[in-house]
Design a protein around this ligand. Sequence first.
Ligand SMILES: Cc1ncc(COP(=O)(O)O)c(C=O)c1O
Length: 421
Amino acid sequence: MSQYKTDLPFARKLDTADPLKVFRTRFYIPGNTIYMDGNSLGLLSKDSEITLQHNLEKWKNLAIDGWLEGDRPWFYYAEEIGKLTAPLVGAEPDEVIATGSTTVNLHALLSTFFKPKPGKNKILTDETNFPSDIYALKSHLKLHGLDPDFHLVMVPAERDGTLSEGRIIKQMDEDIALALFQSVIFTTSQLLDVATLTREAHKNEILIGFDCSHSAGVVPHAFDKNDIDFAFWCGYKYLNGGPGSPAFIYINKKHFEAEPLMAGWFGYKKEKQFEMSLEFDHERSAGGWQISSPVILGLSPLEGSLKIINKAGIEQIRAKSTKLTAYFIFLADQILAKNPYNFYIGTPRDPDKRGGHIALKRDTEIRKINKALKSRGIITDFRPPNIIRLALAPLYNTFQEVWEVVYALKEIIEKREYMKF
Ligand SMILES: Cc1ncc(COP(=O)(O)O)c(C=O)c1O
């Protein structure tokens, strides 16, 4: 028998027992909405507002001196934000830097880690990877004079849209130089087995990196323990850093001596940067992969939001996240699976194999149904061909909201509300 029930008082009971419930009050929830789009853009917190305001005041009052004076001088700010993020991914403080933007960071990482040699010159990825990552991989193949049609090996998805780690491992041939996967797949929310993929890649002398945009801040990682080579992720989803927030780079410390080949002066040895040498000598930390001046106002909201994430604790966040997704799956199975509802779950049912969002599928009218949800103030997103993504952000979403969304979907179908769109 399931531990869950379908009635509203039961959802409220889950909220009452939720150890993270206090955090919702720290966030601005857009008026009269149920916001389930935190895997596209996380919400603004009061804490982020405070840290942004703080740096605006510093700019107002200290101007240029803000770089080296006051609390948290800007010259070290990207490293400080990196340090706050390191515990979320199982890294040492100097292995994470907040810098650049997601795709730019991938380019910077590929400049170092993709070193094709005759007989070992292919990149392994999969066809569910995010398009921007694929574009970057193809660019680097072309930069090396290689043909993406031949040198980019794309593992196909299974029939249900998920990836099979076994099938990925089978493709880890001798001629693969580098492998890149998402930790959590942006469509299905499948959480890949990072440890096993890394172990198998290394057996075949393949360097492996992960795009953790859909796991950072909601799924704990153990990068050092797993010994992955590099990772990158955005700041604007579960990290709640704001629209276009700076992103992150993780470099395994064993690679600190490797050369950043998209070099810029902010990657120079920190304490000697202003000697203005014309010979680049990078800082032996993830900071060495910075290129330009850190975007201080962009980084500022991350300071506040990371403090609440660390206060809540990534293990507690993950515990609530798996409970929210399990509860959604339970309700969807009970209420939305039968005719005429005909919804089904596109996310793995094993909690160890799923991330923070749910892929709800239906073979017809799904785009219109997503619009009907929006007209009721329920913010989700649609991903072609047949997925509504619902991000259940543990710091601000509630079990009652999950209940309300499932019952809203039921009514949308019963009243054929989607026909209006
Ligand atoms: C998984 C994943 N990778 C990469 C990106 C690209 O991010 P950016 O626009 O910050 O380069 C996104 C954007 O949503 C994403 O979801």
